[in-house]
Write a new protein. Structure first.
Lengths: 291, 272
């Protein structure tokens, strides 16, 4: 190692140190401490605080409310992400041939994505209003209680989530589509490929990587979803929209069980990491296949 | 042929405008009097009024919440950039030991569920007596803002050709002065992109803000809007007006800084 490299390494450590200290204090350390908290029975209002080992996890294994929350989380994630994928891809392909008004189109897409999720929640709460809401009016004066019916609340939440996050998938795909050289399409046309064949054999393979990344981001976000449930349903009716995050939050700050809520938080973390790992495996394999 | 293409362009735009309809409906609602909000036909027919904006600005916590959100989001952005940009440069360009592991940790941090760390952070904020202060929110938001800045900006630094930096150093400038005079101006748009994303995320954040705030001293816009009070019935018009105020910064960013926002949004995903 030359003197120059040693000096660079020293500068590098100094430049990186503040960020690492902050990340350590605000993310890594809470991430480890939550494990410790999850092994305790801790109810601060009653001054209860003692070590109970993995008993919270043992309880969760047979807790019907936990498994319901797991199911709600997985359904919400799978359906939302699938719809975002389909609609986002469609929008990106439609925009690919857009000649005028591209800036306006991107602005219209960005708007739902950039709004605070609480605004989205409040907006859909009003759209879903049983007697004065726009949705029931458009359905010809129906009196459906979208957020109050156990079978309808989760679909209603999914629609609101798809509304605000489909644009993310669309924009990522659109940005990738713009970088495809026109010559490739010219070649496909010369080869006699039709519109559908071109999309299937030319565009989609080139979008594979960005689609996987968009899906990864969206899946992780959906697994952690909280805001829309908090505003629209609070987890109800009858816990039909209670995701793991909502269950964890209610345990932590409504029933004030710091240890038990932490255990659910740890499960959310493990779930998120497992899904991320799965996606990364798929991406690595896809890249091997194309290389 | 040309007419057909134009028609197609218009139809796509119309479809996207229809997609954004829920927002426009909320905007329209914010301008209609309470008496007209009991049915859609009456809402459409009623003359516009600014009553709801007057009520929200004059009699609700929204003005205080807007100030809190602006302060928290601006300070979070500043802190994340100040801590993150030098670190990102080091990760991208300097021989830091354990770099691969560090990058992996940074990526993992961006996937950290907020609900997982909110418990420990709550204990921490209480111990430091930071509850109901801006600082608590700035620190909590930094937990997701900083990894994002590190990740995005490291990518932007890698786009600067090494030769450019070396040329400046050969001209007699040290690494740090080359950094300030050559690299910084080149990554400035990237810093703006990362900053905009972080600002939006902090502006929109609910879970931490709901947990760590208690009063008007620190309550942010999403919390104020989520808890918007009604005496006898839900004040839909006031809520709609408050929604519009809460949406102002995102709208300004989307309308005026679209290019940078999209660049930040797509940077992580399109880079190989």
């Amino acid at each position: 190692m030359t003197a120059r490299e040693r000096a660079d390494a020293r500068v590098g450590r100094v430049m990186l140190a503040p960020a690492l200290v902050a990340l350590g204090a605000l993310a890594a350390w809470p991430g480890l401490w939550v494990l410790w908290l999850s092994l305790q029975r801790r109810i601060p209002v009653f001054g209860i605080e003692h070590f109970v080992g993995p008993s919270h996890y043992a309880f969760l294994a047979t807790d019907p409310r936990f498994w319901n929350a797991m199911e709600v989380t997985l359904i919400f994630t799978f359906v939302s992400v699938a719809l975002e994928f389909l609609l986002g891809l469609t929008v990106a392909l439609a925009l690919q041939r857009q000649r005028r008004g591209r800036r306006l189109a991107v602005a219209l897409l960005l708007l739902p994505w950039a709004l605070p999720s609480v605004v989205t929640g409040r907006t859909f709460e009003w759209l879903y209003h049983p007697s004065a809401g726009l949705l029931n009016f458009l359905l010809g004066g129906a009196a459906i209680n979208w957020l109050g019916e156990p079978g309808l609340a989760l679909p209603a939440l999914i629609i609101a989530d798809v509304w605000r996050t489909m644009p993310f998938v669309a924009l990522l795909c659109y940005a990738r589509v713009l970088t495809i050289p026109p010559e490739i399409y010219e070649a496909a046309r010369v080869d006699g490929a039709g519109a559908i064949a071109t999309v299937r054999d030319v565009t989609l393979p080139l979008l594979q990587r960005v689609l996987l990344i968009a899906l990864l981001f969206r899946s992780l976000d959906a697994l952690r979803a909280f805001d829309l449930m908090f505003v629209l349903t609070g987890g109800g009716p009858a816990n039909t929209t209670e995701t793991l995050t909502v269950y964890a939050y209610r345990s932590l700050f409504q029933t004030l069980q710091l240890g038990f809520g932490s255990a659910i938080g740890v499960v959310v973390f493990v779930l998120v990491m497992a899904v991320a790992w799965g996606y990364l495996r798929v991406m690595a394999r896809a890249e091997e296949a194309t290389a | 042929m040309k007419a057909r293409a134009t028609l197609r362009d218009v139809l796509v735009l119309a479809a996207l405008a229809l997609w954004a309809l829920p927002f426009f409906w909320q905007a329209l609602t914010s301008l209609k009097p309470d008496t007209a909000l009991s049915a859609v036909e009456r809402l459409l027919a009623a003359p516009p009024t600014l009553d709801h904006y007057r009520a929200v600005i004059g009699k609700s916590v929204m003005p205080a919440a807007l100030a809190n959100s602006l302060g928290v989001a601006a300070l979070t952005t500043l802190l994340a950039l100040l801590l993150g940009a030098p670190g990102a440069y080091a990760l991208a360009r300097l021989p830091v030991p354990g770099k691969r592991v560090l990058l992996l940790v940074v990526v993992a941090c961006t996937a950290f569920p907020q609900v997982t760390i909110v418990g420990p952070l709550f204990v921490l904020m209480r111990a430091l007596e930071l509850r109901d202060t801006w600082l608590a929110l700035v620190l909590a938001d930094t937990s997701f803002a900083l990894p994002l800045v590190l990740w995005l900006v490291a990518g932007f630094v890698r786009e600067v050709p090494v030769a450019v930096e070396e040329a400046a150093q050969i001209d007699g400038a040290g690494r740090l002065s080359a950094l300030g005079r050559v690299v910084l101006p080149l990554i400035a748009p990237g810093l703006a992109s990362a900053g905009l994303l972080v600002f939006l995320m902090s502006w929109n954040e609910l879970l931490f803000a709901y947990t760590f705030t208690a009063t008007e001293a620190s309550r942010t816009v999403p919390v104020a809007l989520a808890l918007f009070p009604g005496v006898y019935e839900v004040p839909w018009g006031d809520i709609a007006a408050a929604s519009m105020l809460a949406s102002l910064p995102p709208i300004v960013i989307v309308a005026g800084m679209q290019r940078w926002l999209v660049r930040g949004l797509t940077a992580g995903a399109l880079r190989d």
